[in-house]
Write a protein that binds this ligand. Structure first.
Ligand code: ADP
Ligand code: MG
Length: 315
């Protein structure tokens, strides 16, 4: 079957079907693999790639921002489990047209965000690429044994919550791709696209909050990502489109350019906010917005719109 027909997640299911994952280990299908260490802690591991032309445009992104984003996307996957980041490993294939000023700036950005979360770079691999730049980061983290928040824990009656705003990063990408006017609102959206802030502190707090049942980070838009929670938990959901948190910068930029902010909030990628489900009486101390509820219907219904929304898919 052509990969385009199979889709990114069809291929991942196919890979998973050929692998025996031992009992007690969570692998393939969540934000991180969870491996018991038998010392009261679980090891969390995730890996992510960034490819020139697919995930970023070399002419637009600065090396500092690319370094930042490479680490941020991985830190977000540890946050998504309620875990604490520990270390990263970075491999890249570099076109030989680049110079050491470029790599210095890249590592300034990479190290600035890594320092913020006490998550040093401890190794990697470096080789030359004939044309495009590709970057692969692997991150390790930890959490108390058995506490990782998986995608599979959502329960009937849970409220569906998100941190921060949705759609800003997608709006920033649209400004770049459409060549829209870059006023201060548009610049703020572009910064959200290139320099996301992973919700590590929030994830850690949610990890020790009673009644949080499922969590993931939003990398492909809730239209796609909420479906992962529903599929893993065998549940359905209703989402109230009017309650989606939209920033003023996004609303003004959409008004100016005739774009639909709801479409960007649902289908735009790379917000790196946390999407989680919580018991109705859970005491959540992290700023968040309730956008809907979990049910047993097995279907995802968008209340307040006739449209069906997907997410961002890579192929
Ligand atoms: P995320 O957006 O959280 O980084 P992805 O959507 O990239 O997660 O991947 C979904 C799941 O599939 C993850 O658990 C990831 O580890 C797994 N996965 C993706 N590609 C592969 C692969 N080539 N081999 C094994 N597992 C994979
Ligand atoms: Mg993720």
């Amino acid at each position: 079957m052509k990969l385009k027909e199979l889709g990114e997640f069809g291929l991942i299911d196919r890979i998973k079907s050929g692998i025996h994952i031992p009992d007690g280990i969570t692998g393939i299908g969540d934000d991180c693999a969870v491996i018991p260490c038998h010392n009261g802690k679980d090891l969390l591991v995730s890996t992510d790639m960034l490819i020139e032309g697919t995930h970023f445009l070399m002419d637009d992104i600065t090396p500092y921002r690319l370094g930042w984003k490479s680490a941020a996307a991985n830190l977000s996957d540890i946050a998504a489990m309620g875990g604490r980041p520990a270390a990263t490993f970075l491999s890249f294939a570099l076109p030989d047209s680049l110079d050491s000023d470029w790599t210095d700036e890249f590592f300034k950005g990479y190290n600035d965000i890594s320092r913020r979360y006490h998550c040093p770079l401890l190794g990697g691999d470096t080789c030359v690429s004939r044309d495009r730049l590709s970057i692969s980061v692997t991150i390790l983290g930890e959490c108390p044994a058995g506490t990782a928040l998986l995608r599979s824990g959502a329960q009937d009656g849970d409220k569906i919550c998100v941190t921060g705003y949705l759609g800003d990063a997608g709006g920033g990408l649209k400004v770049i791709l459409d060549g829209a006017h870059r006023n201060s609102d548009a610049q703020a959206l572009i910064a959200m696209h290139y320099m996301p802030i992973p919700r590590v502190e929030e994830g850690l707090k949610l990890g020790i909050t009673d009644g949080i049942h499922a969590m993931m980070d939003i990398s492909d838009g809730i239209g796609s990502d909420l479906r992962h929670i529903l599929k893993a938990s065998h549940k359905g959901a209703e989402v109230n489109v009017a309650s989606l948190p939209l920033s003023d910068e996004l609303l003004r930029t959409c008004r100016r350019n005739g774009w639909d902010p709801v479409e960007l909030a649902i289908s735009g990628g790379e917000d790196y906010e946390l999407l989680f489900t919580a018991a109705p009486d859970a005491k959540i101390e992290v700023p968040h917005t309730v956008i809907g509820s979990i049910n047993n219907s097995g279907r995802l219904v968008w209340l307040g719109t006739e449209r069906d929304f997907g997410g961002y898919h890579h192929f």
